[in-house]
Design a binder for this molecule. Sequence first.
Ligand code: HEM
Length: 503
Amino acid sequence: MALITLALVSFVLYLLGLAFYRLYLSPLAKLPGPKLGALSKFYEAYYEIWRQGKFSFKLDELHERYGPIVRITPEEVHIRDSAFWDTLFVKYPKASRYSSTASRFGNNDSMFAVADAGYHRMLRAPLNPFFSRRAILDQQELVQDKMGILCTGMERCLENGSVFCITDAFAAFAADVISQYSFGFSYGQVEHYENGWKENFHNAYISLGAFGHVSVQYPWVNPLLKSIPDSITTKMDPSLGQMLQLQKDFNKTIQTIKKDPSAGKHHTIFHAVLQSDLPEDAKGATRLEHEAQTVIGGGIVTTAWAATQAIFYILSDDDVHPKLLAELREAVPNPSAHDAFKFEKLEKLPYLTGCVKEGIRFGLGISGRGARVLQEPLVYQDYTIPPGTAISMSARDANFDGSVYKEPRKFRPERWTGKESKLADGSSLDSHFVGFGKGTRMCIGINLAHLELYVQLAQVFRRFQLELYETDTSDVELAHDFFLPSPKLDSKGVRVRVVGKVN
Ligand code: HEM
């Protein structure tokens, strides 16, 4: 009994000591911010887990109250100042990712998750050529073919008057493209127009993102979940069942290639890694499986959501839609021509480019905070942030910064061209664009994403007349930050009806 009492008293004293340290002695103690945040990560957990991805919105309030730099947890400071983006993400290439977020998707050893900058660079090196502009353009046919299938499905929807969620269609398209391109197989999701492309991974990744808040706070949860039999996981959440199947298919492909490196007609990311000079422990089947999950995860929600935003705002604005259509009609006089939608031509169209950029800006890519940990002190205004601190920033703050974007909440493709694309200080708007992140960890899929988005928007608007169906801004605006962006939870999605064809 005495022993238990002693243990309890020691524990309480430890907690009091820790609280005192965090509030008054920690090198971060002088930074502005809420005492509860400085005391414990439960503060973050409350907003992220209990309030379902609402910490981002709490940060808005905190910045209003405390200024551009706020200590938001015992070990993390958040900066809201888009001019600081390059300093944090570009100037310190040796900075690591914040290791306590590595468990978010349960893929701790993937290039996306690993903390150490040197190890990250090494893991990324074999994949860089795989996603280079040249390599992506060489596979343009694949993207065009999948888009052709999507358009055939949309024609059927025109004939039968069905309403569908455009995010589902785009997520199915993106999944087929990225999996065929990267792994040499796809599930043909883009073919299933008859059920409104409901078979796709979008919701599964949003569920994973929501659950990621739990995994970040309690990393032991992931291994525990992995020990649950697949049949029970699938019953609990059918979308996670799809992910389990995906993992099995990755594993099968990896095993086949490991046994016979010449297997398969298609050069996959697995070939790229296995044939590289990475150390053997980086070539293990489980790590490769994790890498594949990040690649496909990175390529679906981000692209589908950017396209969804673009479709919604283009259709909602009586000014934008006719301008885009006029440009497309001139550039693509015959949409049935074999090379009508060649990317190299589309990417030169200024208004379409503006629509792509605005789609990505509104879509946010990743809504969660991006954090770096430096090995040296970092000065921000009057504060010196000690080495080892997690310093985070959010794309949402940069993307809607009124000092960079005039009327930031307006979808204005023209801001990206002509005079408007230069700021008063002479810098280009492009240099402030953080949609794909910046620095050494910048999105590896940028070339593929651009190819998909240009081809999607050009084909959809040059070929079809669409109408929004019972959809409003609450279906596209960020309401829950699950690291991946989510609108209100009861949204039925951005629903559209194909009402005609464009001559
Ligand atoms: C509009 C579409 C896309 C957007 C807005 C986007 C955005 C981003 C952002 C913001 C990051 C994080 C950068 C950082 O951590 O600093 C990222 C990383 C990443 N993205 Fe994308 N992405 C898109 C499409 C894609 C596609 C199509 C792929 C498929 C290859 C992909 C794969 C990845 C991967 C693997 C990473 C991790 C890179 C690393 O850690 O080195 N993304 N993306």
